[in-house]
Design a protein around this ligand. Structure first.
Ligand code: 3SL
Length: 244
């Protein structure tokens, strides 16, 4: 297995297709998707475009859908919810499809959607993602951070490092056998430096600070917690993720 880390969707190669791609948006899209599926959502369907989301979800029975829209961290007017994982309670999402569009996370998923297997990873389901890689041993794995509008995000890279670190230490592989690029080694270094202070790191992150200004303290706490959900969001058809 070779693990490649890309910090933003823009850095993901367009001229190849990996065996497995993992989209990461710790704050907060992939944390929200994992939570929705863990709480019993039927599926998560992702859109980069808000009007396309409205058009497609309109054809779905109203009582079986929930529409989540986020721009700049805030809920888009007219949508059922924004992008807080804490809003994904069973009472709200169970048996429903979550139609979601966010600033960066849904764009990242779309960038890797042609991979043979597409997963959504976050700190909260790191163990489930790592176990999948350890069991399935895909040859090439791309771990793609969502970043923020083309820029690097600390929280996505530390999560990439957390996944890569688990695979490295538990597979018994040598680092240079496993590393597909320098970014993967750097991501592991970031994770090992901060693994016991992930919440503090999220407070340093520029998007963490943006969310704190929006009073999302509890979201940061939740998204900084590792391995609390045994759920693996996996793409069943283009743009539609279900729980494996
Ligand atoms: O950028 C995104 O996709 C979002 O996750 C941003 S936010 O955390 O909802 O503000």
């Amino acid at each position: 297995m070779k693990l490649f880390v890309y910090h933003t969707p823009e850095l993901v190669p367009s001229d190849a297709i990996p065996d497995c791609a993992i989209a990461i948006d710790v704050l907060r899209a992939t944390s929200t998707m994992a939570t929705a599926l863990a709480e019993g959502a039927e599926a998560v369907q992702v859109f980069s475009d808000l009007s396309e989301l409205l058009q497609v979800s309109e054809q779905w029975p109203a009582e079986q859908r929930i529409r989540a829209g986020e721009r700049g961290g805030a809920t888009v007017e007219g949508f059922d919810m924004g992008n807080s994982p804490l809003d994904c309670t069973a009472a709200r999402v169970q048996g429903r499809r979550l139609f979601i569009s966010t600033t960066n996370g849904t764009r990242c998923l779309q960038k890797v959607q042609k991979a043979k297997t597409v997963l959504a990873g976050a700190l909260i389901n790191r163990r489930a993602v790592a176990n999948y890689l350890l069991a399935q041993q895909p040859k090439t794995v791309w771990i793609a951070g969502s970043g923020w509008e083309g820029s690097y995000s600390l929280e996505d890279t530390v999560c990439a490092g957390a996944i890569a670190h688990t695979v490295w230490t538990e597979s018994g592989a040598k680092l240079d056998e496993l590393a597909g690029n320098d970014e993967m080694v750097a991501a592991i270094a970031l994770y090992t430096q901060w693994q016991d202070r992930l919440l503090e790191l999220l407070h340093h992150a520029s998007h963490g600070q943006r969310l704190l200004r929006l009073n999302c303290h509890e979201d940061l706490k939740y998204c900084a917690t590792t391995d609390i959900l045994d759920v693996l969001p996996i793409q069943r058809e283009i743009g539609v993720l279900v729980s494996k």
